[in-house]
Design a protein around this ligand. Sequence first.
Ligand code: AMP
Ligand code: MG
Length: 399
Amino acid sequence: MLPVAEAERIVLSHARSWGQESLPFLAAQGRVLAEDIRADRDLPPYDRVTMDGIAIRFADYEAGCRHFPVETTQAAGDPPVTSLSMNACIEIMTGAAIAGPADAVVPYEHLQLSAGVAQINEPVRKGQNIHRQGQDKRRGDHVIPVGKVIGPAEISMAASVGKSVLLVKKLPRTVILSSGDELVDVTAAPLPHQIRRSNSYTLQAALQRYGIEADLRHLPDAPDVILREIKDCLQSYDLMLLSGGVSMGKFDYIPQALRDAGVQIHFDKVRQRPGKPLQFGTFGNQGVVFALPGNPVSTFLCLQRYVLPWLEHSLGFPGTTALRARLETTVHFEPDLTYFMQVKTYQDEVAAQQWAIPLQGQGSGDFANLLDANAFLELPAGQNVFEAGDVFRLWYYGF
Ligand code: AMP
Ligand code: MG
């Protein structure tokens, strides 16, 4: 049986890319930028006043003047005042373009204004409270590099350089196939021996965070229908996520159907709990299939541990450092499997350390426990006792 690290390596070695597309910048949130964004002007584009107050000629102050009659007023958005009498000032506002002879801004907090004369009460430096043109970026400089994931800060920068449409990486055309005759739709009233299918929505919701709108289909436990549907999906999708029907049961037809449809299976079991019967395959020259075990916790773990890392790797998300946490209480686990234990994390704020409290629940069918927990702690195979205080990898799924 394949160790977890090996399964991860195989999955990540099949990174894919799906081209590029242009989107209005707000619709590009969560997407990966496929172009370098450059400044179309200097940033800031003019010598910008950063405090409300008065603008003076520093030389006047240096020569001993402390009382400056207000000669004119300049609001943000007004064209810059370019002439100023000796020992006079411009009353000026944050965001205004300062030009000409004025070369220092004294904030209201440092003034006394009465009868149209400003008296300066604090020391003044030349150039103070002026954000110089091009001080942050020069026209043509990179302001957002290719590969950045678009969030509010990137959208802010795109707006300020006038990029209302962004070139981003395209997403895979994705289908989620649930399977099992016991499963009914979420809107149906289940019979006593039936349950509502939830995995499809788990997967759909997780992918939606990346902007993927996956189609949903449901497969009965009937081999001919399964084969036909899988073959059909191979024609029109880049990514197929299946849930259920991959174990040792008499009606688990998915593995055979995948092979019969021409999917190349790279592994069909991983030395882990939950999620042992995970299968990974490829088709055509770009297609990828994950067949996930149907137990909701198994599906969820395989999603967090393999599917999403593969997706992020394919899209070129900047590799973040793996999360780690300290186990809060000693845990014994006998089987020689990597154990993904459900945990709830908390932060020791003084030590800036993350701790993980075991919430073991009732095993891989215990979906309710996923809501109390917020992560899986990866306890490696080949070890039976995991000591309190030891550090392990953490797969966090809280929002
Ligand atoms: P299977 O992998 O088909 O043997 O299913 C394992 C368990 O997971 C069974 O109890 C199924 O009822 C359950 N299951 C499978 N698919 C889903 C699904 N889409 N939503 C909720 N539970 C599921
Ligand atoms: Mg089933």
